[in-house]
Design a protein around this ligand. Structure first.
Ligand SMILES: [Zn+2]
Length: 168
């Protein structure tokens, strides 16, 4: 929705990563046994934490990223600086397709998304070092523009349309 990109300090980055690990502790994932934590930094500095919350009716499951976003938006926040995501896997894992579309709705195309390995911070000289997009500690720095290219978003609903049944 917003196109403004906000700057993030190194302190905020560390706090956000720490919050993602804290969020993961609150996971309810008895079925997948795959804990995920997310932390979303709002423009006013508030951090919203989210964990994956599963359901015996599997389709009722909500991912950590969407938990964090829905918490923030339902509290009146719609401008965000960054998102961090961590799992129990010692490498950077990407959000699922459904979460990417929800991130696309509320976050700028180039807003930083930090994919954090479970063993963060990896020591200097780790094998992940030097891989594309991998920064200090083994974090993969990406964005929704990279994760979901050529995406559909709110602005497309505003485009002029040609005639036809049910259209203007
Ligand atoms: Zn997801």
């Amino acid at each position: 929705m917003t196109s403004r990109v906000w700057a993030m300090s190194m302190e905020q980055r560390e706090s956000l990563i720490k919050a993602a690990f804290e969020a993961k502790q609150m996971t309810y994932s008895p079925y997948s046994k795959f804990p995920v934590g997310a932390a979303l930094l709002a423009a006013d500095g508030t951090i919203f934490k989210g964990a994956n919350i599963e359901n015996a009716s599997y389709g009722g499951t909500i991912c950590a990223e969407r938990t964090a976003i829905v918490k923030a938006v339902s509290e009146g926040h719609k401008s965000f600086i960054a998102l961090a995501v961590v799992t129990d896997v010692p490498s950077a894992l990407s959000p699922c397709g459904m979460c990417r579309q929800v991130i696309r709705e509320f976050c700028a195309q180039d807003m930083p998304i930090l994919l954090v390995p479970a063993d963060y911070p990896k020591p200097p000289g780790d094998e992940s070092e030097g891989k594309p997009g991998i920064s200090a500690g083994g974090v993969k720095d990406t964005s929704i523009g990279e994760l979901l290219p050529d995406s559909f978003g709110p602005e497309h609903l505003e485009l002029p349309r040609t005639g036809g049944d049910g259209r203007t």
